[in-house]
Design a protein around this ligand. Structure first.
Ligand code: NDP
Ligand SMILES: O=C1OC[C@@H](O)[C@H](O)[C@H]1O
Length: 416
């Protein structure tokens, strides 16, 4: 049943129901016929009654025409600028290489457009501060909304994972993400330093955001960073990364990932979080242990950091140790293990919109539109401060390694 449910859920994510569009639907324009567009926006938009994919532009118009025809986009513009100049367009989606995000996001905001900006929002923290603190964002309560498209954060499964953590008492977190080498070719935008290349800046954003979330705090120091660079001429870009951080509570967080795992490698991106032992709460331990000192050490594993809406699990392993009052000797111990899953917020007892066929991107689109329309929604959002903090942590790793920071846009002086 679970297996069949999974097949149905995944099938429908790639063939979602079509909603009829409301009068006040937002019209989206897309900059670039990027690979991620169908999954991140075209499919999610189908089932959203307040989203219309109105127009696209690509550097090569023929490419844009082919893309528009394939995905049923009614308008093809001659250039990215023409998208920004179209008064009919409310929102601009930017799936460009990271090094172009700052420039195009600010150009779109300056035309009064809302912006959904692919992750990572910027190449480094300097750019992040310019973008997310920009006066264009604070002009009025009606001013444009900008959000980094960090889709995985919006999934109920991820929120279920966060709900079982006790961030101040986390002692260790390790997040891993290994992608086989055939997925991303050597000439991909991810390995072009001039436009923000580097596996950490691309893939590493997921494990890094997840350890930051697990500690509920920002890292104080990057105590180790090891990057494996590409072969020349791409040697300024890492294909494999490892970093170790110390967090304010003394805990250690590690990220480990690669875009060059062996071709036969398969593993889902996973985080494992260990807590310090804490006194067990009333009702958690067995009635027979009343009067004794009972500690609980929690270990939580979350499997599928990127796309939990396709498949995930959260395993909560609580180890209880029982001592006589005042004694350090453990007289008995036992472990309780529970597995949780949440494909909708209802599954975790929360009252927020969602269907089992919603992808991470569909959950994100819901909240992005809610924000523009001034609705409360699930309460999940990617704030400007979150995007800046994530960018600072990425910089800490690049600075600690021999590779150095990713380059700031040459156009930066025009925007500061
Ligand atoms: N949210 C997610 O799950 C994912 C997010 N991403 C992010 O989305 C963005 C795009 O990734 P992806 O779709 O894989 O990338 P692609 O290489 O498929 O697309 C990038 C697009 O950028 C445009 N572009 C403009 N200038 C340049 C340039 N100088 N060099 C190359 N391309 C240029 C091209 O548009 P044109 O059509 O005009 O030529 C191209 O279509 C990245 O920021 C990436 O990190 C990527 C994958 C997954
Ligand atoms: O955001 C992403 O998600 C999937 C990864 O394989 C990809 O490199 C990255 O851009």
């Amino acid at each position: 049943m679970d297996f069949l449910g999974g097949v149905r859920r995944n099938w429908r994510q790639f063939d979602p129901p079509v909603a009829s569009k409301q009068e006040d639907a937002l019209k989206f324009g897309i900059l670039g016929a990027a690979n991620i567009v169908p999954m991140a926006l075209i499919l999610p938009a189908r089932s959203h009654s307040q989203v219309i994919i109105h127009a696209i532009a690509a550097r090569d118009k023929t490419r844009a025409i082919v893309f528009a025809k394939k995905h049923g986009i009614p308008v093809v513009k001659n250039s990215y600028e023409e998208i920004l100049d179209d008064p009919a367009i409310d929102v601009v989606y930017i799936p460009l290489p990271t090094g172009l995000h700052l420039e195009w996001a600010l150009k779109a905001l300056s035309k009064g457009k809302h912006v959904l900006l692919e992750k990572p929002a910027t190449s480094n923290a300097h750019e992040a501060e310019i973008l997310h603190h920009h006066r264009l964002l604070n002009q009025s309560s009606e001013g444009p909304i900008l959000m980094e498209a960090f889709h995985s954060r919006f999934a109920p499964g991820w929120q279920q994972f966060l709900a079982v953590l006790d961030p101040p008492n986390v002692s260790h977190a390790i997040a891993k993400n290994m992608v086989p080498s055939y997925i991303v070719s050597d000439d991909d935008i991810r390995f072009d330093y001039s436009i923000g290349g580097g596996a950490l800046l691309d893939l590493g954003t997921y494990p890094l955001a997840s350890i930051r979330d697990a500690f509920g705090a920002e890292p104080e120091e990057c105590i180790d960073a090891k990057m494996t660079p590409m072969a020349p001429p791409r040697e300024k870009c890492d294909h494999t990364f490892y970093a170790k951080f110390r967090f304010p509570n003394g805990g250690i967080g590690e990220v480990d990932g690669t875009l060059r795992a062996p071709k036969t490698h398969f593993s889902l991106p996973t985080i494992t979080v260990t807590h310090k032992p804490v006194p067990a709460q009333d009702g958690e331990n067995k009635a027979s242990d009343k009067g004794a000192e009972v500690t609980r050490t929690r270990k939580v594993t979350f499997c599928n950091l990127l796309w939990p809406t396709n498949y995930h699990y959260v395993t909560v392993e609580d180890k209880f140790e029982i001592r006589d009052a005042g004694s350090s000797t453990v007289k008995r111990e036992y472990t309780k293990t529970e597995t949780k899953k949440a494909y909708t917020f209802r599954d975790m007892g929360r009252d927020a919109a969602g269907e089992t066929h919603w992808s991470t991107y569909r959950y994100m689109l819901e909240e992005f539109v809610n924000k523009i329309k001034g609705r409360k929604g699930s309460g999940v959002f990617v704030s400007h401060e979150e995007s800046i903090a994530q960018s600072r942590a990425l910089d800490m790793i690049y600075e600690k390694s021999s590779l150095g920071l990713r380059p700031t846009s040459k156009r930066v002086s025009e925007f500061a």
